[in-house]
Design a protein around this ligand. Sequence first.
Ligand SMILES: Cc1cc2nc3c(=O)[nH]c(=O)nc-3n(C[C@H](O)[C@H](O)[C@H](O)COP(=O)(O)OP(=O)(O)OC[C@H]3O[C@@H](n4cnc5c(N)ncnc54)[C@H](O)[C@@H]3O)c2cc1C
Length: 575
Amino acid sequence: MIKHDIVIVGGGLAGCRAALEIKRQDASLDVALIAKTHPIRSHSVAAQGGIAASLKNVDTEDSWEAHAFDTVKGSDYLADQDAVELLTKEAPDVIIDLEHLGVLFSRLPDGRIAQRPFGGHSYSRACYAADKTGHAILHELVNNLRHYGVHIYDEWYVLQLVLEEGEAKGIIVYQIRTGKLEAICAKAVLFATGGYGRVFNTTSNDYASTGDGLGMAAVAGIPLEDMEFVQFHPTGLYPVGVLVSEAVRGEGAYLINSQGERFMSHYAPSRMELAPRDITSRAIGLEIRAGRGINLDGSAGGSFVYLDVRHLGETQIKSRIPFAWEEAHRLLGIDAVTQPIPVRPTVHYCMGGIPVTTDGQVRQTADTLIERFFAAGECSCVSVHGANRLGSNSLLECVVYGRRVGLSIAQYVQGKDYPKVDLTHYLKQSENRLGALLQQKGTIRINVLRQAVQDCMSESCGVFRSESTLEAGLTQLQLLKEKYQELYLDDQGTCWNTELIEALEMQNILIVGEIILTSAIKRQESRGSHSREDYPLRNDPDFLKHTLAYYKNKSTNIDYMPVVINRFTPQERKY
Ligand SMILES: Cc1cc2nc3c(=O)[nH]c(=O)nc-3n(C[C@H](O)[C@H](O)[C@H](O)COP(=O)(O)OP(=O)(O)OC[C@H]3O[C@@H](n4cnc5c(N)ncnc54)[C@H](O)[C@@H]3O)c2cc1C
């Protein structure tokens, strides 16, 4: 059995920032960071547009209070306001710290960090490195981890969280290169496993965003919070769904329907294309439904709209949003300098997740905590995004809460011993689980089942949902779940058996999908990204509360937890 003082699962921004902070607090702590990808291939590397902070380099009237208000309003008042206060107050400091670590932010002519406008933010506060912000930050963080001697296990897949008597005691992990299983015991475990975009058929997320941390936590009996809130990004490149960054609209792009009209004037006249994502995605959906979408031949009635940057001119396009230009060119053969880009909403971000305190410790219920277990980043829900996240606030969350959880873990483990546990028993269980999976004599290939599940989720739980679509989706998903027993794997090998990994990920996709649908059925109102056609209004008296879903096969239980409202009184949300 391997032992480390602290085990971090996830090499994205949240996991790396936490690891760095633990080492800064106490360099003698033995920290391991495990990732199923190489850390610099975590989805964070694909983040494009920016990271928010009220640095006031462009808009001098900005303040953390204004940033907090925008975030809470953007969240449709479901965010916990104490957590938002920490996020926005600590933002300028973490950005300066990143710059000191070596992150190359884009500059103003006078040398200060440049800032651009972003959806739902009332000032220009997104700091950026062209449209490759995640790449710039993650590379520096990973370099720093090497400097501090963090033990990196790259391309190891974590398949189980060992939780006994309300305490996390370790994990079971599989080395993808060799097929070796190991048990790792730690004084504290941190999950920073990212999102679940691959639960749906069209997403901006990478192939690794399969909700593993969420699935493992749910199976261990931990509730998942606010899982009905799935963010659809308005501008997924049609038809593939990869992201065209909000930075493109931040730089001044227009959204145009088949009549050549900037239709956002009907939905958010004061913010236009820079309305929050839930509102913009719904607007695109409604335009398409009304027959004002566009077809590939340019005629009306199709299933996308145009994102138009032609008026910005070649110099601005190629210097400020080069990646967006490259993407449209490489994937669709479109030259955005002279042609509009076809877009439609794509699944982008998970507002919900593993419920945590503002120190990152995981909750068992609204009032009790799990010992030795922490979470941060997209897989966690400290609820700074509530029912709808503002662009550029997620990288910020990873860095602010990565740092906070690192600090709290470094303090938590002081004077603590390793937990008492017999991990060999769990190791044996995992061996049996993998053996059984490899020997299954079914007839269904993994990609066939995955596609069916993803289609089911996208059809039943899209930008608009209702009780009938959600219930039908849940029934179908449960049938598909039974098909898991009928899978067969071609690859029986132990070296780089990606088919086996996909089969393990598939279990998490099924669990997370079921929790999303169950939580969405129970929330009988429309709030933020959760838009119920049968309950079109927000209902504060009954639903201004967080959902806590406790997974049980076919009978997930739903409980609720109060929202922290200590600064901004909920109002009608208009832009
Ligand atoms: C295309 C795109 C653009 C974006 N642009 C922006 C932006 O401009 N601004 C912004 O604020 N936000 C943006 N976001 C959102 C933001 O990038 C993410 O929310 C954030 O980076 C998530 O970081 P994370 O550390 O939580 O997880 P990730 O970066 O997703 O990392 C997850 C890690 O967990 C590991 N892992 C997962 N499961 C396992 C397992 N079973 N075993 C071992 N390891 C595992 C993975 O290997 C990976 O290392 C964007 C997202 C996308 C998809």
